[in-house]
Design a protein around this ligand. Structure first.
Ligand SMILES: [Zn+2]
Ligand SMILES: [Zn+2]
Length: 121
């Protein structure tokens, strides 16, 4: 699934399937799903839920946060680190051990914001 690592679009399984279909003739969508499940189980691919509830797949292995557009269901990587002090505060104030941090931001992406602002004109 090297193809997934070359895209930042957080594709659905169906989009991954059509992206791979050129290179792997006869590849079935079921095979793509099964491979994705294995990769998610290994922690090599992350499953991300979009605003519409559809599962998207993320081949970026680095810890990162997401911006989820509520209009087009797009998912963008947020290139910021972890908010300072959040993890240590949580661990101090509760008996929890944090292993990773992933924050979802929700709103409108650029193109959706533009079309929302220009509607009615
Ligand atoms: Zn959008
Ligand atoms: Zn991502």
């Amino acid at each position: 699934m090297g193809w997934l690592r070359t895209t930042e679009s957080h594709p659905t399984a169906a989009q991954i399937h059509s992206g791979l279909a050129d290179d792997f003739a006869g590849l079935s969508l079921g095979t793509v799903y099964r491979n994705l499940e294995v990769l998610v189980g290994q922690g090599r691919v992350k499953a991300v839920r979009s605003a519409t509830g559809a599962v998207r797949y993320d081949g970026n292995p680095e810890p990162h946060h997401h911006f989820i557009c509520e209009a087009c269901a797009g998912i963008l990587d947020v290139p910021f680190g972890e908010p300072r002090g959040l993890r240590s505060r949580l661990e101090r104030e509760s008996n929890l051990r944090v292993r990773r941090v992933s924050i979802d931001f929700f709103g409108l992406c650029g193109p959706c914001e533009d079309s929302a602002g220009s509607s009615g004109e």
